[in-house]
Write a protein that binds this ligand. Structure first.
Ligand code: ATP
Ligand code: MG
Length: 315
Protein backbone atom coordinates (compact mmCIF):
# COMPACT_ATOMS: atom_id res chain seq x y z
CA UNK A 1 0.00 0.00 0.00
CA UNK A 2 1.31 3.47 -0.75
CA UNK A 3 1.96 5.75 2.24
CA UNK A 4 -0.86 8.16 1.43
CA UNK A 5 -4.44 7.13 2.17
CA UNK A 6 -6.01 5.32 -0.77
CA UNK A 7 -9.23 7.04 -1.69
CA UNK A 8 -10.49 4.25 -3.92
CA UNK A 9 -10.82 4.28 -7.68
CA UNK A 10 -12.79 6.92 -9.51
CA UNK A 11 -14.76 6.65 -12.71
CA UNK A 12 -11.94 8.27 -14.63
CA UNK A 13 -13.15 7.38 -18.07
CA UNK A 14 -16.62 8.70 -17.56
CA UNK A 15 -15.83 11.74 -15.40
CA UNK A 16 -12.45 13.26 -16.24
CA UNK A 17 -12.76 15.83 -13.45
CA UNK A 18 -14.52 15.99 -10.10
CA UNK A 19 -16.84 18.81 -11.12
CA UNK A 20 -20.47 17.79 -10.63
CA UNK A 21 -22.34 17.51 -13.90
CA UNK A 22 -25.31 19.83 -14.15
CA UNK A 23 -28.68 18.62 -15.42
CA UNK A 24 -28.30 20.84 -18.47
CA UNK A 25 -24.98 19.20 -19.34
CA UNK A 26 -26.13 15.65 -18.72
CA UNK A 27 -27.15 13.65 -21.75
CA UNK A 28 -30.79 13.01 -20.97
CA UNK A 29 -31.60 11.67 -24.44
CA UNK A 30 -31.85 8.13 -23.01
CA UNK A 31 -34.73 9.35 -20.88
CA UNK A 32 -36.70 10.39 -23.92
CA UNK A 33 -36.70 7.07 -25.75
CA UNK A 34 -39.92 5.62 -24.38
CA UNK A 35 -42.04 3.65 -26.84
CA UNK A 36 -44.53 5.93 -28.56
CA UNK A 37 -47.49 3.66 -27.97
CA UNK A 38 -47.38 1.93 -24.62
CA UNK A 39 -49.02 -1.52 -24.43
CA UNK A 40 -50.29 -0.32 -21.04
CA UNK A 41 -52.09 2.72 -22.36
CA UNK A 42 -55.54 1.27 -21.65
CA UNK A 43 -54.69 -0.20 -18.20
CA UNK A 44 -56.53 1.45 -15.32
CA UNK A 45 -54.13 3.09 -12.85
CA UNK A 46 -55.05 1.07 -9.77
CA UNK A 47 -53.32 -1.54 -7.57
CA UNK A 48 -53.50 -5.08 -8.96
CA UNK A 49 -54.67 -4.00 -12.40
CA UNK A 50 -54.48 -6.80 -15.04
CA UNK A 51 -51.92 -6.41 -17.86
CA UNK A 52 -52.43 -7.43 -21.49
CA UNK A 53 -49.33 -9.67 -21.51
CA UNK A 54 -48.11 -10.35 -17.97
CA UNK A 55 -44.78 -12.16 -17.57
CA UNK A 56 -44.85 -12.28 -13.75
CA UNK A 57 -48.06 -12.69 -11.73
CA UNK A 58 -48.10 -12.71 -7.92
CA UNK A 59 -51.05 -13.53 -5.65
CA UNK A 60 -51.45 -13.14 -1.88
CA UNK A 61 -47.68 -13.11 -1.34
CA UNK A 62 -46.76 -12.25 2.24
CA UNK A 63 -43.63 -12.39 4.37
CA UNK A 64 -43.49 -11.55 8.05
CA UNK A 65 -40.38 -10.94 10.14
CA UNK A 66 -41.22 -11.22 13.82
CA UNK A 67 -44.35 -9.12 14.11
CA UNK A 68 -43.59 -7.05 11.00
CA UNK A 69 -45.35 -7.66 7.69
CA UNK A 70 -42.51 -6.84 5.31
CA UNK A 71 -44.47 -7.89 2.21
CA UNK A 72 -48.23 -8.22 1.80
CA UNK A 73 -48.98 -8.20 -1.94
CA UNK A 74 -52.54 -9.10 -2.83
CA UNK A 75 -52.17 -9.19 -6.60
CA UNK A 76 -49.53 -7.87 -8.98
CA UNK A 77 -48.99 -8.38 -12.70
CA UNK A 78 -45.91 -7.18 -14.52
CA UNK A 79 -46.13 -6.52 -18.24
CA UNK A 80 -43.65 -8.21 -20.58
CA UNK A 81 -41.14 -6.12 -22.53
CA UNK A 82 -41.46 -2.85 -20.61
CA UNK A 83 -39.62 -1.07 -17.80
CA UNK A 84 -41.62 -1.14 -14.57
CA UNK A 85 -40.24 0.85 -11.65
CA UNK A 86 -40.91 -0.33 -8.13
CA UNK A 87 -40.84 2.65 -5.80
CA UNK A 88 -41.66 3.26 -2.14
CA UNK A 89 -40.09 4.70 1.00
CA UNK A 90 -37.27 2.95 2.90
CA UNK A 91 -38.49 -0.29 4.45
CA UNK A 92 -41.51 -0.54 2.10
CA UNK A 93 -40.64 -4.15 1.24
CA UNK A 94 -39.15 -3.73 -2.25
CA UNK A 95 -36.00 -5.79 -1.66
CA UNK A 96 -37.94 -8.43 0.26
CA UNK A 97 -40.35 -8.70 -2.67
CA UNK A 98 -37.37 -9.22 -5.04
CA UNK A 99 -36.00 -11.90 -2.69
CA UNK A 100 -39.32 -13.73 -2.64
CA UNK A 101 -39.92 -13.63 -6.39
CA UNK A 102 -36.41 -14.87 -7.24
CA UNK A 103 -36.16 -17.69 -4.69
CA UNK A 104 -33.70 -16.02 -2.31
CA UNK A 105 -36.33 -16.04 0.45
CA UNK A 106 -39.59 -17.92 1.01
CA UNK A 107 -42.95 -16.25 1.60
CA UNK A 108 -45.30 -17.30 4.41
CA UNK A 109 -48.22 -17.36 1.98
CA UNK A 110 -48.89 -16.87 -1.69
CA UNK A 111 -48.19 -18.08 -5.18
CA UNK A 112 -46.55 -16.53 -8.18
CA UNK A 113 -45.70 -17.56 -11.70
CA UNK A 114 -43.24 -16.56 -14.38
CA UNK A 115 -44.26 -17.13 -18.00
CA UNK A 116 -47.23 -19.07 -16.68
CA UNK A 117 -45.12 -21.55 -14.65
CA UNK A 118 -45.43 -21.52 -10.85
CA UNK A 119 -42.25 -20.56 -9.01
CA UNK A 120 -43.02 -21.39 -5.37
CA UNK A 121 -40.20 -23.45 -3.83
CA UNK A 122 -38.06 -23.15 -6.97
CA UNK A 123 -34.47 -22.37 -5.87
CA UNK A 124 -32.80 -19.16 -7.04
CA UNK A 125 -30.46 -20.78 -9.59
CA UNK A 126 -33.41 -22.52 -11.25
CA UNK A 127 -35.40 -19.28 -11.30
CA UNK A 128 -32.42 -17.77 -13.16
CA UNK A 129 -32.36 -20.70 -15.57
CA UNK A 130 -36.03 -20.08 -16.32
CA UNK A 131 -35.12 -16.56 -17.35
CA UNK A 132 -35.57 -14.26 -14.34
CA UNK A 133 -32.46 -12.82 -12.70
CA UNK A 134 -31.88 -10.05 -10.20
CA UNK A 135 -29.10 -7.82 -8.96
CA UNK A 136 -28.57 -6.94 -5.32
CA UNK A 137 -28.83 -3.60 -3.54
CA UNK A 138 -25.32 -4.27 -2.20
CA UNK A 139 -22.95 -5.71 -4.76
CA UNK A 140 -22.32 -9.45 -4.68
CA UNK A 141 -19.18 -9.26 -6.84
CA UNK A 142 -16.25 -11.06 -5.31
CA UNK A 143 -13.52 -8.52 -4.80
CA UNK A 144 -10.61 -10.97 -4.84
CA UNK A 145 -11.62 -12.48 -8.16
CA UNK A 146 -10.96 -10.77 -11.45
CA UNK A 147 -13.74 -9.09 -13.39
CA UNK A 148 -13.70 -11.96 -15.92
CA UNK A 149 -13.78 -14.60 -13.18
CA UNK A 150 -16.80 -12.86 -11.63
CA UNK A 151 -18.57 -13.00 -14.99
CA UNK A 152 -17.80 -16.67 -15.50
CA UNK A 153 -18.88 -17.53 -11.99
CA UNK A 154 -22.24 -15.80 -12.59
CA UNK A 155 -22.88 -18.18 -15.49
CA UNK A 156 -21.94 -21.25 -13.44
CA UNK A 157 -23.87 -20.06 -10.34
CA UNK A 158 -27.00 -19.56 -12.34
CA UNK A 159 -26.72 -22.72 -14.42
CA UNK A 160 -26.04 -24.95 -11.42
CA UNK A 161 -23.63 -27.88 -11.48
CA UNK A 162 -24.08 -30.18 -14.43
CA UNK A 163 -23.09 -33.74 -13.61
CA UNK A 164 -22.50 -34.78 -17.20
CA UNK A 165 -19.96 -31.97 -17.68
CA UNK A 166 -17.54 -33.92 -15.51
CA UNK A 167 -18.00 -37.00 -17.69
CA UNK A 168 -17.39 -35.21 -20.98
CA UNK A 169 -14.43 -32.84 -20.58
CA UNK A 170 -14.49 -31.90 -24.28
CA UNK A 171 -18.04 -30.67 -23.99
CA UNK A 172 -17.14 -28.80 -20.79
CA UNK A 173 -14.24 -27.02 -22.53
CA UNK A 174 -16.51 -25.95 -25.38
CA UNK A 175 -19.04 -24.63 -22.86
CA UNK A 176 -16.30 -22.79 -20.96
CA UNK A 177 -15.11 -21.13 -24.19
CA UNK A 178 -18.69 -20.07 -24.99
CA UNK A 179 -19.08 -18.63 -21.48
CA UNK A 180 -15.85 -16.66 -21.86
CA UNK A 181 -16.94 -15.32 -25.27
CA UNK A 182 -20.26 -14.18 -23.79
CA UNK A 183 -18.43 -12.57 -20.84
CA UNK A 184 -16.09 -10.68 -23.17
CA UNK A 185 -19.00 -9.42 -25.30
CA UNK A 186 -20.81 -8.13 -22.23
CA UNK A 187 -17.68 -6.54 -20.75
CA UNK A 188 -17.22 -4.70 -24.02
CA UNK A 189 -20.85 -3.60 -24.09
CA UNK A 190 -20.56 -2.26 -20.51
CA UNK A 191 -17.14 -0.66 -21.22
CA UNK A 192 -15.41 -2.85 -18.66
CA UNK A 193 -13.24 -4.79 -21.12
CA UNK A 194 -10.12 -2.84 -20.14
CA UNK A 195 -10.67 -4.07 -16.54
CA UNK A 196 -11.17 -7.73 -17.58
CA UNK A 197 -8.16 -9.11 -15.73
CA UNK A 198 -8.19 -6.72 -12.76
CA UNK A 199 -9.54 -7.68 -9.36
CA UNK A 200 -13.17 -6.60 -8.94
CA UNK A 201 -12.02 -4.87 -5.73
CA UNK A 202 -10.18 -2.27 -7.81
CA UNK A 203 -13.37 -1.13 -9.60
CA UNK A 204 -15.13 2.09 -8.62
CA UNK A 205 -18.61 1.90 -7.08
CA UNK A 206 -20.19 2.76 -10.42
CA UNK A 207 -18.15 0.19 -12.32
CA UNK A 208 -19.20 -2.44 -9.77
CA UNK A 209 -22.84 -1.64 -10.50
CA UNK A 210 -22.11 -2.11 -14.21
CA UNK A 211 -20.40 -5.42 -13.41
CA UNK A 212 -23.47 -6.52 -11.39
CA UNK A 213 -25.70 -5.80 -14.35
CA UNK A 214 -23.33 -7.50 -16.81
CA UNK A 215 -23.19 -10.57 -14.53
CA UNK A 216 -26.98 -10.76 -14.42
CA UNK A 217 -27.04 -10.88 -18.23
CA UNK A 218 -24.68 -13.88 -18.48
CA UNK A 219 -27.64 -16.28 -18.71
CA UNK A 220 -29.47 -14.19 -21.33
CA UNK A 221 -32.51 -13.67 -19.11
CA UNK A 222 -35.98 -12.68 -20.26
CA UNK A 223 -36.48 -10.50 -17.20
CA UNK A 224 -34.03 -8.60 -14.99
CA UNK A 225 -34.84 -7.19 -11.58
CA UNK A 226 -32.46 -4.37 -10.65
CA UNK A 227 -32.32 -3.34 -7.00
CA UNK A 228 -31.12 0.29 -6.89
CA UNK A 229 -28.56 -0.05 -9.69
CA UNK A 230 -27.98 3.72 -9.54
CA UNK A 231 -27.23 4.09 -5.82
CA UNK A 232 -23.85 5.67 -5.15
CA UNK A 233 -23.02 6.05 -8.83
CA UNK A 234 -21.61 9.35 -10.11
CA UNK A 235 -23.88 11.36 -12.46
CA UNK A 236 -21.84 10.66 -15.59
CA UNK A 237 -22.02 6.91 -15.09
CA UNK A 238 -25.71 7.19 -14.18
CA UNK A 239 -26.42 8.22 -17.76
CA UNK A 240 -24.58 5.23 -19.08
CA UNK A 241 -26.45 2.90 -16.70
CA UNK A 242 -29.78 4.39 -17.77
CA UNK A 243 -28.78 3.88 -21.39
CA UNK A 244 -28.07 0.22 -20.65
CA UNK A 245 -31.43 -0.22 -18.93
CA UNK A 246 -33.44 1.30 -21.78
CA UNK A 247 -31.23 -0.75 -24.12
CA UNK A 248 -32.34 -3.95 -22.38
CA UNK A 249 -35.98 -3.00 -22.83
CA UNK A 250 -35.35 -2.11 -26.48
CA UNK A 251 -33.89 -5.61 -26.99
CA UNK A 252 -37.20 -7.03 -25.76
CA UNK A 253 -36.26 -7.74 -22.15
CA UNK A 254 -38.59 -7.10 -19.24
CA UNK A 255 -37.10 -4.85 -16.55
CA UNK A 256 -38.23 -4.34 -12.96
CA UNK A 257 -36.27 -1.58 -11.42
CA UNK A 258 -36.08 -0.24 -7.85
CA UNK A 259 -35.04 3.40 -7.70
CA UNK A 260 -35.43 6.31 -5.29
CA UNK A 261 -34.60 9.18 -7.67
CA UNK A 262 -38.01 10.32 -8.94
CA UNK A 263 -36.59 12.18 -11.96
CA UNK A 264 -35.02 8.93 -13.12
CA UNK A 265 -38.19 6.94 -12.40
CA UNK A 266 -40.40 9.42 -14.26
CA UNK A 267 -38.05 9.54 -17.21
CA UNK A 268 -37.28 5.88 -17.73
CA UNK A 269 -40.41 3.96 -16.71
CA UNK A 270 -43.29 2.71 -18.82
CA UNK A 271 -45.18 1.84 -15.64
CA UNK A 272 -44.67 2.52 -11.93
CA UNK A 273 -45.70 0.40 -8.94
CA UNK A 274 -45.55 1.94 -5.47
CA UNK A 275 -45.20 -0.07 -2.26
CA UNK A 276 -45.62 1.11 1.32
CA UNK A 277 -45.58 -1.01 4.46
CA UNK A 278 -45.44 -4.15 2.34
CA UNK A 279 -48.51 -3.41 0.22
CA UNK A 280 -48.96 -2.20 -3.34
CA UNK A 281 -50.64 1.16 -2.75
CA UNK A 282 -50.65 2.49 -6.31
CA UNK A 283 -49.81 1.59 -9.90
CA UNK A 284 -49.92 3.58 -13.08
CA UNK A 285 -48.04 5.39 -15.81
CA UNK A 286 -45.35 7.75 -14.41
CA UNK A 287 -47.28 10.97 -15.07
CA UNK A 288 -50.25 9.72 -13.01
CA UNK A 289 -48.16 8.21 -10.21
CA UNK A 290 -46.29 11.43 -9.48
CA UNK A 291 -49.64 13.11 -8.69
CA UNK A 292 -51.14 10.15 -6.80
CA UNK A 293 -52.28 11.10 -3.31
CA UNK A 294 -51.44 7.74 -1.69
CA UNK A 295 -47.91 7.86 -3.17
CA UNK A 296 -47.30 11.41 -1.99
CA UNK A 297 -48.61 10.53 1.48
CA UNK A 298 -46.39 7.44 1.67
CA UNK A 299 -43.32 9.51 0.88
CA UNK A 300 -44.29 12.31 3.24
CA UNK A 301 -45.10 9.80 5.98
CA UNK A 302 -48.77 10.75 6.38
CA UNK A 303 -50.81 7.93 7.85
CA UNK A 304 -54.35 7.44 6.59
CA UNK A 305 -55.68 6.93 10.11
CA UNK A 306 -54.26 10.21 11.38
CA UNK A 307 -56.60 13.14 12.08
CA UNK A 308 -56.50 15.59 9.21
CA UNK A 309 -56.25 12.99 6.44
CA UNK A 310 -58.76 13.85 3.74
CA UNK A 311 -59.90 10.98 1.61
CA UNK A 312 -58.46 8.10 -0.35
CA UNK A 313 -55.52 8.31 -2.78
CA UNK A 314 -56.60 9.36 -6.25
CA UNK A 315 -54.66 8.80 -9.44
N1 ATP B 1 -33.94 -10.47 7.21
C1 ATP B 1 -34.76 -9.62 7.83
N2 ATP B 1 -35.04 -9.76 9.16
C2 ATP B 1 -35.88 -8.92 9.78
N3 ATP B 1 -36.48 -7.88 9.18
C3 ATP B 1 -36.23 -7.65 7.89
C4 ATP B 1 -35.35 -8.52 7.14
N4 ATP B 1 -35.30 -8.08 5.85
C5 ATP B 1 -36.09 -6.99 5.80
N5 ATP B 1 -36.65 -6.75 7.01
C6 ATP B 1 -37.59 -5.66 7.33
O1 ATP B 1 -38.63 -5.73 6.36
C7 ATP B 1 -39.02 -4.43 5.96
C8 ATP B 1 -38.86 -4.30 4.47
O2 ATP B 1 -37.47 -4.23 4.15
P1 ATP B 1 -36.91 -4.12 2.69
O3 ATP B 1 -35.43 -4.22 2.77
O4 ATP B 1 -37.61 -5.11 1.81
O5 ATP B 1 -37.36 -2.65 2.28
P2 ATP B 1 -36.96 -1.78 0.99
O6 ATP B 1 -38.24 -1.27 0.42
O7 ATP B 1 -36.07 -2.56 0.09
O8 ATP B 1 -36.20 -0.55 1.66
P3 ATP B 1 -34.96 0.32 1.07
O9 ATP B 1 -35.56 1.32 0.13
O10 ATP B 1 -34.42 0.98 2.29
O11 ATP B 1 -33.98 -0.62 0.42
C9 ATP B 1 -38.16 -3.44 6.75
O12 ATP B 1 -38.90 -3.03 7.87
C10 ATP B 1 -36.97 -4.28 7.16
O13 ATP B 1 -36.43 -3.81 8.38
MG1 MG C 1 -34.17 -2.33 -0.60
Amino acid sequence: MPAERWEGPVDEQEAPDDRPITRAEADTSVLEQRPRISPLEDCPAEPGTPKPDAILVADQVSRTYGGLRAVDVEHLELQRGVITSLIGPNGAGKTTFFNLMTGFDRPDTGRWSFNGRPLARVPAYKVARRGMVRTFQLTKSLMRLTVLENMKLAAVDQRGERFFSALFPGRWRAQEAAIERRADELLERFKLDHMRDEFAGTLSGGQRKLLDMARALMVEPEMVMLDEPMAGVNPALTQSLLGHITGLRDRGMTVLFVEHDMDVVMGISDWVVCMAEGRIIAEGPPDKICMNRAVIDAYLGTRHDEPGYEGEGQA
